[in-house]
Design a protein around this ligand. Structure first.
Ligand code: BTN
Length: 261
């Protein structure tokens, strides 16, 4: 499949006003997060997108490495949201990914709290959100999105039990360009709707595979185990512990245990 990325191919006739009106493409870089951060500090306009064919030092959540070979999508979007909208960005980013992939491929996606996107229980997309907040003002927020598109997981045996790609699911290659262009439209649609109070909470909650499951949540040296009972409107996870207490988890990495009966 002819699937070469370029700034022009992404922006050409793109139906957005802000997101993706400026796209900076790199065949290869360390991490789109790092390049986006430097661009944001130099005053890049809101909606600027840094996209790469390949990352040599892709960053995951909790200081993990994110594998980012050619054939996948790696991009970061620079935003200047009001501080009240920061919690919603987790929901916004994961829903935008879900909607865009579903529209382009017809696959059905789920979300694992807080914002891993899964197909049939395996991770297809990771999202990293980093913000520079000064007092009650957000200097910039960067939403980093990595999607396994045309990747043979059989070539990565350590990942294949937990990860998948769009091409593995469909048995054919998928246009990264189609996904990126749709994704930018979805991010903008949801982003511009934030001030109207349109809720992202319910569609996000309804996609969560985490709820009702026994989970282990880790954050740094802290770990909790319990039943993921529900999520609050600010996106935090409400965990019912074995002693009956309810713990609110604001951030962390979830491992799904056995399904509760
Ligand atoms: C996760 O741990 O699940 C988050 C992974 C985020 C990966 C994306 S790829 C584009 C952007 N650049 C990076 O270095 N990381 C994010």
């Amino acid at each position: 499949m002819e699937d070469s990325l370029s700034s022009a191919a992404i922006t050409d006739n793109l139906k957005t006003k802000i997101i993706g009106q400026r796209v900076i493409y790199y065949p290869r870089l360390t991490s789109t997060m790092e390049v986006a951060k430097r661009a944001a500090k130099r005053g890049a306009v809101e909606g600027t997108v840094i996209v790469a064919d390949e990352q040599t030092a892709g960053k995951g959540r909790i200081k993990r490495i994110w594998l980012s070979p050619k054939g996948n999508i790696a991009l970061s979007i620079i935003l200047h949201p009001g501080i009240v909208y920061l919690p919603a960005l987790i929901m916004l980013a994961s829903l935008a990914v879900v909607y865009s992939i579903e529209t382009v491929t017809g696959l059905k996606l789920q979300i694992k709290w807080p914002n891993d996107v899964l197909i049939n229980g395996k991770k297809v997309c990771g999202i990293l959100i980093e913000s520079d907040v000064r007092g009650n003002r957000v200097d910039y927020t960067i939403i980093g999105i990595g999607i396994n598109v045309n990747l043979r997981l059989a070539d990565f045996p350590e990942l294949s039990p937990i990860a998948t790609s769009l091409s593995d699911e469909l048995g054919r290659e998928v246009s990264r360009l189609d996904i990126i262009r749709r994704l930018l439209v979805e991010v903008e649609r949801l982003y511009l709707a934030l001030p109207s109070g349109e809720s992202l909470y319910e569609p996000w909650r309804d996609r969560l595979v985490t709820l009702g499951r026994r989970v282990q949540v880790g954050w740094g040296k802290t770990g909790y185990e319990g039943i993921a009972e529900s999520v609050a409107t600010d996106g935090s996870l409400l965990l019912r512990r074995q002693d009956g207490s309810l713990t609110t988890v604001v951030a962390g990495d979830v491992t799904l245990r056995d399904r509760e009966r």
